[in-house]
Design a protein. Structure first.
Length: 200
């Protein structure tokens, strides 16, 4: 039997840290961000729609996407973010569903973790047997993002402003992963959840 776990959390909550740990354990994961990056790499399937809506200003001369320019536009404007998501989310969703259908067809037995930042926003929790939400306080997220991204406080705050609140995500979660403390504490919680699902 295939068991599908949806993993999500706000920007800077520690989703990637969690999914990397799970992947290292040899557990099957499907990463929505990675699929999205593939769609937006050179000649990727989402680029024509992005060019149509955002114009040449978000492209370099060689036709690759200028992620920083695009990020600056969408992270301070909720409508533009929605527009960008409409260029990619639907296709990402289709690819994820196709991968799951293939696994099912091949009688995949075990856990698959879907790492989807916009899991609830896109309604993809319906695909999942259970969902995990990674969370920590706003201040900790800001502090970690500033350290990771070498950016400004304003840019970090803008990115975080256009998100579903943790409070709403927690309401929809089966399990909550508290990432307010050490990495060891984070990993212990993951181990427990994996044990519960019989996959370690
Ligand atoms: P984004 O939504 O921007 O992709 P994310 O939710 O995937 O972010 P991560 O990249 O996993 O978050 O974590 C943000 C930063 O915080 C990273 O630099 C990561 O190494 C660091 N980090 C994560 N958890 C902890 C922890 N418990 N203690 C210290 N640093 C941590």
């Amino acid at each position: 039997m295939m068991r599908i776990i949806g993993l999500t959390g706000g920007i800077g909550s520690g989703k990637s840290t969690v999914s990397e740990y799970i992947r290292e354990k040899g557990i099957k994961t499907i990463d929505a961000d990675e699929i999205s990056r593939n769609l937006t790499k050179k000649d990727g399937a989402a680029l024509p729609a992005i060019r149509k809506f955002f114009g040449e200003q978000v492209f370099f001369e060689d036709g690759t996407l200028n992620r920083k320019a695009l990020g600056n536009i969408v992270f301070s404007d909720r409508d533009k973010l929605k527009l960008l998501e409409s260029c990619t989310t639907e296709v990402v969703d289709r690819i994820i569903r196709k991968e799951l259908a293939e696994l099912k067809e091949n009688d995949f037995n075990g856990v698959v973790v879907l790492d989807i930042p916009l899991l609830f926003e896109g309604g993809d929790q319906v695909l999942c047997d259970e969902t995990w939400v990674v969370t920590c306080s706003y201040d900790i997220k800001v502090e970690r993002l500033l350290k990771r991204d070498n950016t400004t406080l304003e840019a970090v705050k803008n990115r975080m402003a256009n998100q579903m609140s943790d409070e709403d995500k927690i309401k929809l979660a089966t399990y909550i992963i508290d990432n307010s403390f050490s990495l060891d504490y984070l990993y212990t919680q993951i181990e427990l959840l994996l044990l519960k699902n019989n996959c370690i």
